[in-house]
Design a protein around this ligand. Structure first.
Ligand SMILES: Cc1ncc(COP(=O)(O)O)c(C=O)c1O
Length: 418
């Protein structure tokens, strides 16, 4: 084994990572057709309609509603299931802010449950412990393309009569025991922002089978206008507050073209991520990104954990050593758990008011503090995140594995020589 590049040795990675173009002629053709319709309004044109039809068909569900972002899709899902002031919604502390924004906009209360140490998804036991008389729903985040323990979570939801929203923003074509994540709970939510498996710049969608939830979601995404109403006067029979999160025809057009690429993108990412696991399983001091038995990840990213005691090295030094080998990585994912953000620790969602946490419709005390979800915090403290991309080659995969092996073996041997 060679000297670490960090200490002056030769780098593992000597060739550039594979890259490619995400958008091409197909998107241009779709955009041209959208413009030629002479309308960019989703209800008048055909692009958003075609996209939602195609996505629903790919996912084997009855309905799909397109919206302006993944954050919007989650807010719409909460609105559609009737989440309102003072309700509690249980979710994951390692996620994007977009998972919780809609909860706060509904003046509801995010409650954070702890995670499985190696899938980084909700630990059902912790979810059950967090349920109170106020709990109305669970937002299950399938992090990084990887399915959460849905059977157990759905069992809890049934026993406590809770709705389940699946946040699949990072998890297209992610399979839980043969079923697509997003089709197991009441509503599945997706993001089309520019960093996701497929992109329209910004956008999102929801999938569901229930007709009433579909109608609610359509309305909630569009100012509560009832576009399905036969009588045009009934369209504006507004009963309660809802935002405007409409997708427009240009986004719909690009989405159609992107959707045609989705399955091959996810397939490639699955092979690449599983390849990393295969290459690093059994290395002392390294915990691969765990995928539950019978499930299939589309790896939005790959994140392994370093056992600092076994290797006698800090995660940060491990990350630097790996970067020096030419393997880009980040020490952890988000810097701290979502509940450690000021908005929660200072209860500052609506500045200067304490809302919604001290709302009379809530009537309970909730505190957010470091230590709330110890496993989630430990994950962020010891994880190393590796980028996955459908354009990466077999050589890239071999180099990433070789880099992780070299660095972990170096520290393991150094410890055992002492
Ligand atoms: C897990 C998760 N949920 C929600 C979102 C929000 O999606 P968007 O950025 O499209 O609003 C993201 C985006 O990063 C995400 O990763």
């Amino acid at each position: 084994m060679g000297e670490l590049a960090l200490l002056g040795g030769e780098k593992v990675k000597t060739t550039p990572f594979g890259s490619g173009k995400r958008f091409g002629e197909e998107e241009l053709r779709q955009l041209k057709e959208a413009l030629e319709q002479n309308t960019l309004f989703y209800w008048a044109g055909n692009k958003v309609k075609e996209f939602t039809k195609k996505f629903a068909s790919l996912y084997g569900v009855k309905h799909c509603v397109a919206v302006s972002s993944g954050t919007a899709s989650l807010h719409v899902a909460l609105g559609a299931i009737g989440i309102t002031c003072g309700d509690e919604v249980i979710t994951s502390p390692i996620t994007d802010m977009g998972t919780v924004i809609g909860i706060l906009y509904q003046n509801a209360i995010p409650v954070f449950a702890d995670l499985d140490p190696y899938t980084y998804n909700l630990d059902p036991k912790s979810v059950e412990e967090k349920i109170t008389g106020k709990t109305k729903a669970i937002i299950v985040v399938h992090l990084a393309g990887n399915a959460a323990d849905m059977d157990t979570i759905m069992d809890i939801a049934r026993r406590y009569n809770l709705k389940v929203i699946e946040d699949c923003a990072q998890s297209y074509m992610c399979y839980y025991k043969g079923r697509l994540a997003g089709t197991i709970g009441d509503i599945g939510c997706f993001s089309l922002n520019d960093f996701k498996h497929i992109s329209v710049g910004d956008g999102g969608m929801l999938v569901m089978n229930d007709d009433k939830l579909y109608e609610n979601a359509l309305r909630f995404a569009d100012k509560n206008y009832n576009r399905l109403a036969k009588d045009p006067m009934a369209t504006r029979a507004i009963q309660y507050l809802a935002p405007n999160y409409r997708m427009n025809e240009l986004m719909g057009a690009v989405a159609i073209a992107q959707l045609d690429k989705l399955e091959s993108i996810c397939k490639r990412r699955n092979v690449y991520g599983d390849g990393i696991t295969k290459g690093i399983t059994g290395l002392p001091g390294i915990h691969p990104h765990k995928v539950l038995e019978g499930c299939k990840s589309s790896y939005w990213f790959y994140m392994f954990r370093v056992d600092e005691d076994v290797l006698e090295v800090s995660r940060d030094e491990f990350s630097k050593a790996l970067a020096a080998e030419g393997i880009p990585n980040s020490a952890g994912y988000i810097p701290i758990c979502v509940y450690e953000y000021d908005i929660f620790t200072r209860k500052n969602a609506y500045p200067g008011t304490g809302c919604p946490f001290d709302c009379k419709y809530y009537g309970r005390d909730i505190e957010y503090y470091k230590g709330l979800c110890p496993t989630a915090e430990e994950i962020l403290r010891t994880a190393v995140k590796i980028t996955v991309n459908e354009f990466y080659t077999e050589q890239d995969l071999a180099d990433v594995v070789a880099g992780i092996r070299k660095v972990s073996e170096y520290y393991y041997n150094r410890k055992n020589k002492r």
